[in-house]
Design a protein around this ligand. Structure first.
Ligand code: AHG
Ligand code: MN
Ligand code: MN
Length: 307
């Protein structure tokens, strides 16, 4: 049975990328265990602090960010870290010709205290920074789902591989070597429905899909929702609204890594017009509308969205 570490040894990955992926296994496992802490060790609720994109931080946001930063800042292959929870990049060693690792340490912080599934999202670049690059420049993209089990999907541009944490072995083991999204599927995860009334095309598309017997499956956690869609087919949507034309979700450490994973499974991810992977990063925390999933459902969006 192939494990995460064995896969890293056997695949001909760049050595520095392997070092980073090796450390990420530990981060994901530690974080998954942290969610089941009890008593005084259990971290619930918010703190009086806003993150760079205006969300109140949950205690678990701060904890998970610290876990990523502590582990990755000791990794000799990394020169810069960019996190959803830090305004500025964290410079580890700028002189080093290293990797830039971007991450959303905890995706779904508004539902984590309700014991719902959440995730982490990671993208890896090479170079002096990420401004001026696009998601197509990513060397790897990874998402971890913290649910009843810990599962991880990883791509280095040659398809997507899925691993599951084995409680007996205490490591990630191979689950699916060729993850493939169906061309079309029944799962409909529509975010941003509060703006639906102002966004008549979005309401019209939603109503049409409900009439066509799609299954409504929006959890408030994009990673488990995307994981669901990759397995069964369908679409995740978070459009721009009148008040927030750029939507809610962040390009660099949320959308670009998920877009790379979706595309590598055979699906698509767009902002309504352009592919997410083609959008150039100009700001670490820039936002974008997001539509991701099976080809057929992305086609429906293209037909409905105003030109
Ligand atoms: P984060 O927890 O990193 O701030 O991201 C939450 C994201 C995503 O996971 C989810 O689908 C979406 O925000 C939920 O937003 P709404 O509460 O507006 O539905
Ligand atoms: Mn997020
Ligand atoms: Mn987050």
């Amino acid at each position: 049975m192939t494990t995460w570490q064995k896969y890293l040894k056997e695949s001909k990955l760049d050595e520095s990328l392997s070092y980073v992926l090796a450390d990420l296994e530990e981060v994901f496992v530690d974080l998954w265990h942290a969610f089941s802490a009890t008593g005084n060790d259990r971290l619930e609720g918010k703190i009086e602090n806003m993150n760079p994109t205006g969300d109140m931080q949950a205690k678990m946001d701060v904890y998970s960010n610290q876990l990523f930063v502590d582990k990755l800042s000791k990794n000799g292959a990394i020169s810069i870290l960019v996190s959803e929870e830090n305004i500025d990049p964290i410079i580890i060693d700028k002189k080093r010709d290293g990797l830039v690792v971007v991450f959303d340490p905890l995706d779904g912080s508004s539902i984590v205290d309700m014991n719902m599934s959440v995730g982490s999202i990671v993208g890896v670049y090479k170079g002096e920074g990420v401004k001026g690059l696009s998601g197509r420049d990513q060397k790897a993209a990874i998402m971890a789902v913290y649910g009843p089990s810990l599962s991880v999907m990883v791509t280095t541009g040659e398809g997507v591989i899925e691993f599951i944490y084995d409680l007996g072995k205490k490591e990630l083991v191979l689950q699916n070597e060729h993850v493939h999204i169906p061309e079309s599927g029944p799962i409909l995860a529509p975010g941003g429905m509060k703006g639906c009334g102002m966004n008549s095309w979005y309401c019209a598309l939603f109503n049409k899909m409900m009439e066509e017997d799609y299954s409504l499956r929006y959890s408030g956690g994009m990673v488990p929702d995307i994981n669901h869609i990759i397995k069964k087919g369908g679409i995740y949507m978070y459009p721009g609204t009148k008040e927030k034309p750029g939507g809610k979700l962040r390009l660099l450490y949320e959308l670009a890594p998920l877009a790379m994973i979706i595309e590598q499974t055979g699906g698509l991810a767009i902002d309504g017009k352009n592919e997410i992977l083609d959008i150039v990063v100009s700001d670490y925390h820039q936002k974008s509308p997001f539509f991701a999933g099976s080809k057929h459902e992305i086609d429906l969006v293209r037909k409905h969205i105003p030109k």
